[in-house]
Design a protein around this ligand. Structure first.
Ligand code: BTN
Length: 259
């Protein structure tokens, strides 16, 4: 598979598992020991796959793509929050071009088909311990793509809010082909001149986000704040216009559309 990648950085070291607890957890251990940017881990199954906000991530064998990679970006700390959005836009655009279906993004970094989640991204950053450097040591970016699940494969707790590429396209798809194309596009989009490219990636993200300009609720740290989803900031933060006209920025949270 590695020979078919033809990438500059991503996947130069590729580790493939049949089964692992979590590709993010495995890769964080490697990153702490100095593994290079672009190191890539793919698993057919995860027994302890993790999602954002401490949630479990269903990672059954033979139906999905569960992979993680290391970034060591030269990006200012205040802009690090833009990275998950940058990854989401590359993944969404790639899936749209492969599947012939429009995939949308949901803040901060979900990928949706007809408002159902087909892909989630979990970025975990380690800030450099070197005093005053304010630099990022590494980011482990984990991507989970539901590829060939049928409707019955999703846990009832999802309540119809999850989907797969197979459900979206009506076809069983070649996971390896999708993986290779995602890795090529992520390599091209994220590993060269990232700091310079982030503003453009954020514009592409805006173009894929149907919730922009809409009335939303943002759940964050035990509170729910209502407002208009005004924009995203240079660091990927959600900018909400409140009822009094003031804007407030959020770095984390869960957005839902007010119907
Ligand atoms: C989310 O939407 O909550 C993020 C889901 C991220 C899942 C991927 S699968 C590969 C990597 N390993 C993990 O344990 N999680 C991420």
């Amino acid at each position: 598979m590695q020979a078919q990648l033809h990438t500059a950085v991503l996947g130069k070291r590729l580790i493939v598992f049949n089964r692992i607890t979590s590709t993010n957890d495995f890769l964080k251990r490697l990153a702490r020991r100095g593994a290079e940017a672009g190191t890539l881990v793919l698993a057919d199954q995860q027994t302890a796959g993790r999602g954002r906000l401490g949630r479990p991530w269903q990672s059954s064998p033979q139906v999905g793509l569960w992979f993680s990679f290391i970034l060591r970006p030269a990006v200012a700390l205040e802009n690090i929050g833009a990275l998950p959005l940058a990854i989401a836009v590359v993944v969404a655009e790639t899936l749209s071009s492969l599947g012939g279906q429009p995939f949308a993004v949901k803040w901060p970094n979900d990928i949706l088909w007809q408002q159902r989640k087909v892909c989630g991204i979990l970025c975990e950053a380690q800030i450099s311990p070197v005093l005053d450097s304010h630099a990022v040591d590494y980011i482990v970016a984990g991507i989970g793509v539901n590829v060939n699940q049928h409707e019955r494969d999703f846990h009832s707790a999802w309540g119809g809010r999850a989907a797969s590429l197979a459900i979206a396209t009506g076809k069983i798809l070649d996971r390896q082909k999708i993986f290779l194309e995602l890795v090529r596009q992520l390599d091209a989009g994220l590993f060269e001149n990232l700091a310079k490219n982030i503003p453009l990636l954020l514009w592409r993200w805006r173009a894929l986000c149907p919730n922009l300009g809409k009335r939303v609720n943002l759940r964050h740290a035990q509170e729910t704040v209502a407002g208009i989803f005004e924009d995203i900031g240079a660091g990927g933060e959600l900018i909400l216009r409140l009822a009094d006209g003031q804007c407030r920025a959020f770095a984390a949270g869960e957005v839902s559309l007010v119907k």
